[in-house]
Design a protein around this ligand. Structure first.
Ligand SMILES: Nc1nc2c(ncn2[C@@H]2O[C@H](COP(=O)(O)OP(=O)(O)OP(=O)(O)O)[C@@H](O)[C@H]2O)c(=O)[nH]1
Ligand SMILES: [Mg+2]
Length: 479
């Protein structure tokens, strides 16, 4: 990596951190004195151009005499009074390399999993900065903080640890975390691309970053990762989000997006610039953020590539569907809030073809059916019963009967379609009875699909879900 260099003892590093800033420069940088460069170790080179040394992650300064280029901290340390200029060193001979920031939003997660993922991202050549955005200062935050120096030392990539800002208007959640990262990216970095990955993924590898980069290199504005998923997983995606997109924007690309709630994404800088100016996106501080990002990017016509990760996303799974109640409500309310917004019929959209799904994923049952069945009879109120009035008779009678005895076979594709339309008209967010009722209706739908379709095997179930979305597009009421 070093042209002509010899090892020297490490020197003290400057506290100053200029990570993330970049100055455009296409000229090679020359030194007229000895240059000291290093990633973890320090080397002395001969005077001369430094561009072969640190192509992607280099910062340079005027008056380089005796300076230390410190990639671990993304900067140069040198004599006091050195004027700082940050930049990527490139030469005319060298093709432009696009740099990326990788963001991991996190709440409380397994420390080792998060730290390993941060290390993987930091070790990728394209990555100029890794950003972890926490919900609050708790033990995961502390563990990441302790791990950062070693990751920076071994990879040469700066890692930033932030707490999410209060940006939105709804429950402070993942939306605030992601929107905080968008702002950090625009304000603190000149990188060209921003990646998001959930922090709880145990199957995360460098390939996830590389595949997204390759699609962005090909010119796509947005890259979305998609994965093989168990036929009983992704029940909010299918029954809430893809259903809603099909019903409300049947002619757009929205219902065709494989995993519109996916948190594994790449945005180019211009996409990020757009998202921060969209008031509804910035207001969406809760689980609805993924819906809003998908909606806003398709609406603006940004080109989308969906890249397939064949190993799948292995991450923390929920037990009974109870844990998903907040997510169901917030994802439905997000769709409802967008109703009536016109959507262009075409957006450039390409999907990488899926390969054979691993048996382990095909055979997996993603939730505890027995525990979930009990939820149908739980915590009814007289008001919830009244709220059933506008629903189709079969749904009203079916759900009322489920108070005494598990019933869900009434909630077939057609009944769910009609239920969904009624919910769009009547559901009131933050009304506890409406929220409980929405959740019960969704539970009935998921159980009906599980018993009547998923039980017939993976391949059948997946075809059924795709046909369901297609049929909803056909049935969608005219706007
Ligand atoms: N900063 C921040 N991160 C969050 C918040 N809530 C969740 N996260 C993180 O967002 C990522 C996704 O959350 P998960 O709970 O794994 O949700 P999910 O995997 O999308 O949902 P399932 O597919 O149902 O498991 C994880 O890295 C969480 O730690 C939040 O309020 N703030
Ligand atoms: Mg997860």
């Amino acid at each position: 990596m070093i042209c002509s260099g010899r090892k020297v003892e490490p020197v003290a590093l400057c506290e100053q951190d200029i990570a993330g800033r970049r100055m455009e420069s296409d000229r090679p940088v020359h030194t007229d004195q000895h240059l000291v460069v290093g990633v973890g170790m320090l080397l002395v080179g001969e005077p001369g151009p430094i561009e072969p040394l640190m192509r992607d992650k280099t910062f340079f300064a005027e008056g380089l005499q005796g300076c230390v280029l410190d990639t671990a901290h993304g900067g140069i340390v040198g004599p006091p009074g050195l004027r700082w200029v940050s930049g990527r060193v490139s030469t005319r001979a060298q093709p432009e390399v696009n740099l990326s920031v990788v963001v991991f939003p996190f709440k409380e997660e397994d420390h080792d999993v998060v730290i390993s993922n941060v290390g993987t991202a930091a070790g990728n050549d394209r990555v100029t900065n890794v950003v972890c955005v926490g919900f609050e200062e708790e033990s995961t935050y502390d563990a990441i903080n302790r791990a950062i120096p070693a990751i920076e030392q071994s990879t040469g990539t700066p890692v930033s640890l932030l707490l999410q800002e209060r940006i939105g208007l709804l429950r402070p959640g993942k939306g605030d975390g992601m929107n905080t990262a968008l702002r950090f990216f625009l304000e603190q970095s000149n990188a060209d691309r921003l990646h998001f990955y959930d922090s709880d993924i145990t199957s995360f590898t460098a390939e996830w970053i590389d595949k997204a980069e390759a699609a962005a290199d090909a010119g796509y504005d947005v890259v979305r990762h998609y994965f093989p998923r168990s036929s009983t997983d992704a029940m909010i995606t299918w029954m809430v989000t893809r259903t809603g997109f099909a019903v409300l924007w049947p002619d757009s690309e929205l219902p065709l997006i494989e995993q519109p709630l996916g948190g594994e994404l790449l945005f180019t800088r211009r996409v990020v610039e757009h998202l921060v100016t969209e008031a509804p996106v910035q207001a969406q501080s809760d689980w609805g953020i993924d819906t809003l990002y998908t909606f806003a990017t398709v609406k603006r016509g940004f080109s989308v590539f969906e890249t397939y990760i064949r190993q799948g996303k292995i991450h923390k799974l929920y037990g009974s569907l109870t844990d998903l109640q907040t997510m169901v409500i917030e994802c439905f309310a997000a769709i409802q809030s967008l109703r009536g917004i016109p959507m262009p019929a075409t957006t450039p959209h390409q999907i990488e073809e899926a390969t054979e799904v691993p048996m382990a994923i095909k055979e997996k049952v993603a939730y505890d059916v027995e525990r979930t069945i009990q939820l149908l009879a739980a915590e009814w109120t007289p008001h919830q019963q009244d709220l059933l009035a506008p629903f189709p008779l079969v749904v009203r009678d079916g759900l009322l009967a489920a108070r005494a005895y598990p019933r869900f076979s009434f909630m077939d594709d057609q009944a769910w379609f009609e239920t969904y339309i009624t919910l769009l008209d009547h559901f009131v967010k933050d009304d506890p009875d409406w929220e409980a009722l929405l959740f019960k209706l969704w539970i009935a739908r998921v159980l009906q699909y599980t018993i009547s379709q998923a039980l017939r095997g993976y391949d059948h179930a997946v075809v059924h879900l795709r046909n369901m979305v297609d049929s909803y597009r056909m049935l969608a009421p005219p706007t």
